[in-house]
Design a protein around this ligand. Structure first.
Ligand code: ZN
Length: 295
């Protein structure tokens, strides 16, 4: 699933590519992606609105529109937003053939699961490619979307300037669950998922199974900087594309090639050469070095 660096990459791209554009139409073939409002109303209401700003909140993409409207997109597992041009042909009552008209990375297979398109007034399109169709789109007045449960329970952003080391320590040390789970809990701290929790815990030499409230203050200080450093580095490298993530041009990010521990089971730890282990924690996998990250 795209995490903070991947979502930030998309948001940065969109700020360069779609600000000031007017939405002239919408096409979609997977109505379940549009959670709000009903399909027909969605099309009618969003047509003609202009894109004012694009922001990130946790892993959510917020597209602010004129007339006080807000479009929320959560890419979930395999969804990613692309900017390009596609041609739609109806081949049966509810079946469509989608053809990309650009040359290059947008034509790669991973970018070829287009289920939603916003037509823009400059001839470009903003599209969602989503193999598993788990992405979520909500549209409505700014107030209505901002107070929806999807946005209300989001914890502080680890890269926000106002999020200090002392805030982090306070937040984490009152949690009783395993630190790996706590880091991935969006209502505690937002934007971190499987990849960057593994990476940050490795950097801070903390075992993923340790209960958060049993971790020493000094270690939490290390973890705080590890999280910030790894997220900043991943943003610079435009995210991790080991799974389906691509930027809005359909290109891969390169953090995956620099990663320290995530999905490196059996390979030697870069610090001590001990083989990296993979374990399950609450249904998710964690990767760690049993020597550097002792229980
Ligand atoms: Zn090690």
């Amino acid at each position: 699933m795209p995490e903070l660096p991947e979502v930030q990459t998309i948001v940065d791209d969109l700020n360069k590519k779609i600000i000031g554009r007017r939405i002239t139409g919408v096409w979609f073939d997977a109505p379940k992606i549009i959670k709000k409002p009903k399909s027909r109303e969605f099309e009618k209401q969003i047509k003609g609105l202009k894109i004012k700003a694009v922001k990130r909140l946790g892993k959510n993409i917020l597209i602010y529109l004129t007339d006080n409207y807000l479009l929320l997109i959560h890419q979930k597992m395999t969804g990613h937003l692309l900017v390009g041009r596609w041609k739609i042909q109806k081949i049966a009552k509810t079946k469509f053939k989608v053809t990309n008209l650009d040359k290059g990375p947008l034509q790669e297979r991973v970018n070829d699961y287009i289920h939603l398109i916003f037509y823009l007034d400059n001839g470009q399109q903003l599209a969602l490619s989503d193999l598993r169709k788990f992405a979520k789109v909500l549209f409505g007045s700014k107030e209505e979307i901002e107070k929806s449960p999807d946005l209300k329970k989001i914890g502080p952003d680890p890269l926000a300037k106002i999020f200090k080391e002392s805030d982090f320590i306070k937040l984490i040390s009152r949690q009783k669950r395993k630190i790996k789970q706590v880091l991935m809990e969006q209502s505690v701290i937002s934007g971190i998922g499987n990849i960057y929790s593994d990476e940050a815990l490795f950097l801070a030499k903390i075992n993923p199974f340790r209960p958060a409230n049993k971790i020493a203050k000094k270690e939490l200080k290390n973890l705080y900087s590890a999280i910030k450093n790894v997220l900043k580095k991943a943003i610079k490298l435009r995210g991790t594309s080991i799974s389906d993530f691509r930027d809005t041009s359909g290109k891969t990010g390169s953090y995956g090639e620099k990663r320290l521990i995530y999905r490196k089971e059996g390979q030697a730890c870069s610090r001590c050469q001990t083989p990296i282990k993979r374990v399950k924690i609450g249904g998710r996998s964690a990767h760690f070095c049993p020597h550097c990250q002792k229980l």
